[in-house]
Design a binder for this molecule. Structure first.
Ligand code: FAD
Length: 307
C-alpha cells in the first residue's frame, strides 16, 4: 500500500509540473535537459527523420510529433501549422515510412476553433498529396468535445485523419461506437482527470481498455493499440487470432525508446509496430507526463542525466 501511495504522490507531482506554464516556457530555451534525450531524439526535423530512418531499417513504422503545447496567440498557432507542413514535406522527401501526430491546442484550439480547423485543413491537404496519415492526439478532458467536433468536420473532406480515445474515460465506449469506421489509436489515458469523468482504479482502466479495443476491432475498424503493457498486448494478439481479425486491421504503437526489445519482438512476429517519435524544443510537458506514468521512468531519465 505504501508503494502504491508513493506512486500516486509522484504521479500527481509530475502531472502538476507538466502543467506549469512558466517552466514549460523556460524549458524551450534549455535544449533537451533533465534526461529528456532518453525519450526525445532531438529538436530538429532532421534529427527526427534520422531517428525514423534507423527505426524503419529495423522493421518499425513511425509517427513523428513536433512537440508543442500551450500556444498563446494566432501567430504561434499558424507557425506551428507551418512546421507540421514542413515536417510532412520532410517525410515525403526522405521517403521514410512515417505518419504525423499532432495536438489541436498546438494549432490554436484554445484561441479560435475556426483557426484551428483551417490549420488542420492546410496540414491535411499536404498530407493527402503525399499519402500520409495524420493522427490527432487526445489531450485533457476539457478539449475532448472540441477535438471530436473538429474531427467530424474534417472527416467530411478527408479520410487520412483519425484520433485517440482514452480508456480511463467513462464515455470511451460511446465515443468508440460513434467513431466506427474511423482509424483510432486506443490508449489508457495520460492526464489527471476527476472521478466524475474518469475511472481512477488502474485495474478497471485496463478492463475498459481491453473492452474498447475488442469493440473497435469487432466493428471492422482500423485499431492502433498504443501501450507498453505486455499483458494487454498478449490479450489483443490472442483475441485477434480467435476472432480471425487480420494483422492488417490493427497495429501496436509504443513510444520512442520505451521497451525496445518488446517493439522488435512483436514486429518480428509479423505485426505492424509503429513508434511515436517526438521532437522539438517544447519537450517539457511530454517529458513530465512520461515521468508521471511510471516512477521507474525517473530512474530511466536519471541514467540519461549521467550520460
Ligand atoms: P502502463 O499502465 O503504464 O503499464 C502497465 C504495465 O506494463 C506496467 O505495470 C509494466 O509491467 C509494463 N510496462 C509499462 N511501461 C513499461 C516500461 N517502460 N518498461 C517495462 N515495463 C513497462 N495518452 C493520451 O492521453 N493521449 C494520447 O494521444 C496518447 N498517445 C499515445 C501514443 C502512444 C504511441 C503511446 C504508447 C501512448 C500514448 N498515450 C496517450 C499515453 C497512454 O495514455 C498511457 O498513459 C501510457 O501509454 C502508459 O500506459 P501503458 O498502456 O503503456 O501501460
Amino acid at each position: 500500500k505504501g508503494v502504491f501511495e508513493m506512486e500516486m504522490v509522484l504521479r500527481n507531482f509530475f502531472l502538476f509540473l507538466s502543467k506549469n506554464k512558466t517552466l514549460n516556457k523556460s524549458a524551450k530555451k534549455w535544449g533537451l535537459k533533465l534526461g529528456a534525450k532518453q525519450v526525445i531524439p532531438g529538436v530538429t526535423i532532421e534529427s527526427a527523420i534520422e531517428a525514423v530512418e534507423k527505426l524503419n531499417v529495423q522493421g518499425l513504422a513511425c509517427t513523428v510529433d513536433h512537440l508543442g503545447e500551450f500556444v498563446f496567440n494566432r501567430e504561434e498557432a499558424i507557425e506551428s501549422a507551418d512546421y507540421c507542413v514542413r515536417t510532412l514535406e520532410a517525410i515525403a522527401n526522405s521517403g521514410v515510412n512515417c505518419n504525423l501526430s499532432l495536438k489541436l491546442t498546438q494549432l490554436g484550439l484554445d484561441i479560435d476553433r475556426n483557426l484551428c480547423r483551417d490549420n488542420m485543413k492546410r496540414i491535411l491537404e499536404t498530407a493527402k498529396k503525399h499519402n500520409i496519415f495524420v493522427r490527432i492526439d487526445m489531450e485533457d478532458y476539457s478539449h475532448l468535445d472540441a477535438t471530436l467536433d473538429i474531427l467530424s468536420e474534417l472527416r467530411r473532406e478527408y479520410t487520412n485523419v483519425g484520433t485517440v480515445i482514452q480508456a480511463y474515460l467513462y464515455r470511451a465506449e460511446r465515443d468508440v461506437n460513434d467513431l466506427k469506421g474511423v482509424s483510432l489509436r486506443l490508449v489508457k489515458g495520460a492526464y489527471k482527470e476527476s472521478p466524475e469523468v474518469a475511472i481512477q482504479d488502474k485495474e478497471k482502466v485496463d478492463e475498459n481498455y481491453l473492452a474498447i479495443i475488442k469493440q473497435h476491432l469487432l466493428s471492422g475498424s482500423y485499431t492502433a493499440i498504443a501501450s507498453h503493457d505486455h499483458n494487454i498486448i498478449d490479450k489483443v494478439k490472442q483475441f485477434a487470432e480467435e476472432n480471425d481479425i487480420p494483422k492488417t486491421q490493427f497495429e501496436f504503437q509504443m513510444l520512442y525508446n520505451f521497451r525496445t526489445d518488446l517493439q522488435l519482438s512483436i514486429a518480428k512476429e509479423g505485426y505492424t509496430v509503429r513508434i511515436y517519435v517526438p521532437f522539438g524544443n517544447d519537450w517539457y510537458g511530454y517529458f513530465m507526463r512520461r515521468l508521471a506514468e511510471r516512477p521507474q521512468n525517473v530512474a530511466f531519465a536519471a541514467r540519461g542525466l549521467l550520460k
